[in-house]
Design a protein around this ligand. Sequence first.
Ligand code: GTP
Ligand code: MG
Length: 231
Amino acid sequence: MILERKNFMNFDKLNSNLKRTVGAPQIKEMQKLTQLYQLGEGGANEIGTKLENLDSEFQVNHDHNPIHHMEERMKDMQSLAEKLRRKGYKLTIENVQKHIFDVAGIRVVTNYIDDVYLIEKLLVNQSDVTLVRRKDYIKNPKPSGYRSLHVVVSVPVFQAEGSQDVNVEIQIRTVGMDMWASLEHKLRYKTDIDDKLVAQYGEQLHDYADELANIEVKMQGIYKHLNDYDS
Ligand code: GTP
Ligand code: MG
């Protein structure tokens, strides 16, 4: 299983850029934002390691890898600012802490649907992990057909001055759901495509999401049967 870490911050570079580009009163605020990112990165790393450990335990004890691969990412600052504006909040550290749950994020791509809920259960049951928010778009897909389990968990990150609880958003989905979301995302963000074609592909993708979900359940059935098979 591969854990890919994306967009991680070079804090030295960020700080020296800040000193050159913003005025003295803003530097303090921006330094707080840098600290927030540094903490978030710590939280994502903690969760990433927990998930790697769970996956390797399953490999050893059950000869099964629930996780196909994972991607860790930090929200870029531009999307962070846009999201706050969209939600109607000013760009302040307090608002980021209170209203944005996905500064640090991990996408966990599992082999089968049962693995999505297995991973969630094993992670949330850990004594230092607290469930903050949960949205099950597998049981209740979005109107587009999008499926994924979104959970926000809080995990302590140990710093020089003690530990701080950090929110990490985890999107858990199967390989099929991930493949679907990548293609649908492409359609959504391609601005140069004809509106009619976007609508037509959108409808097709909606149907394909259902079909994929059915096929994944059936394939999981075969997988389980093969695993339990005694001749
Ligand atoms: P916030 O509190 O604003 O973060 O809302 P949220 O986390 O509830 O938003 P949501 O649950 O809609 O999840 C947002 C993320 O899920 C996006 O950044 C996408 O990665 C993914 N997502 C949600 N809906 C879709 C969809 O219809 N298509 C695709 N491709 N991805 C989606
Ligand atoms: Mg979100």
